[in-house]
Design a binder for this molecule. Sequence first.
Ligand code: ADP
Ligand code: NA
Length: 333
Amino acid sequence: KFKPRVFSGIQPSGGLTLGNYLGAIKRFVEMQDQGIETIYCMVDMHAITVWQDPDALKRQTRELAAGYLAAGLDPKKSILFNQSQVSAHAELGWVFNCVARMGWMNRMTQWKDKTSGKDAEKASLGLFAYPSLMAADILLYHATHVPVGEDQKQHVELTRDIATKFNHDYKVDFFPITEPVIEGAATRVMSLRDGTKKMSKSDPSDASRINLTDDADTISKKIRKAKTDAEPLPDSFDALADRPEAKNLVNIYAALAGMTKDAVLAEYAGQGFGAFKPKLADLAVESLSPISTEMARLMQAPDEIDAILGQGADRADAIARPIMERTYDIVGM
Ligand code: ADP
Ligand code: NA
């Protein structure tokens, strides 16, 4: 009934990290090149669930678009646009706010992590309802597959719950039950300063992450200073179970080189981080510098970016509007 269609988005709430690249964008490009219909969004309406300086938000949105394009998303093969340019996201988000239950939102681990105790009282209502808007983003296109990192798995499950409840309450088979696609070598890239925390653009420590805009020296320095232990590398990935920092660096290497983790360890077994880190730094610089160079070029050509996003928004709206109209009809509006 539902033809394969891929949707995913990233928040323009800061610069892109290596985690976003390996966990999300690299997969976006692979799916685009498999010939499936692909729709990728800058979710600026999600970004404002926490305070964003308006000028910074505009810059970050363009920078995210530049990152998508520089990493290989092709506007001829994928639809690229800003969420706020297609008003049906907000419209369907409201309908879903009336389908989803408070208890479902309360159980979201990201909500619990971002707000503990008294902080919840000060969080925006939008932050609480965020997963309902995310469900709208996905279901507005009847997307069947959503490539995401592991941290988003629970939100995609909630999207399935919302689709199921809507279909059940209104006795229709209108929204698909979307599958998360959590694949690839690095669905969970960790902080370079603490192997138990995920690498994130919102981490206050810049040394904890590699930004796609970092220059070669900065990338090398961050990798050389990454937290590790003094043990040599073992010959199998399983043997790294209790060494989260070591595990993370091997994982990053494997993802960037397109090798299995065991193949990486077969090459470096017995060597320490003094030998491994410079190799990883070279590999990271070699993989990321074409992207950062192209991002820098695109950032000098904001009109080029805006034209691509404007056309993308028109194409997205052409799919979304009929689905929104049909939703209103089902609901009785
Ligand atoms: P961030 O957490 O950096 O603010 P977003 O919440 O906008 O990023 O997530 C954008 C995409 O990047 C999502 O698919 C998310 O799962 C993925 N992602 C974010 N951080 C990581 C990470 N450290 N490892 C793997 N994937 C990640
Ligand atoms: Na996230």
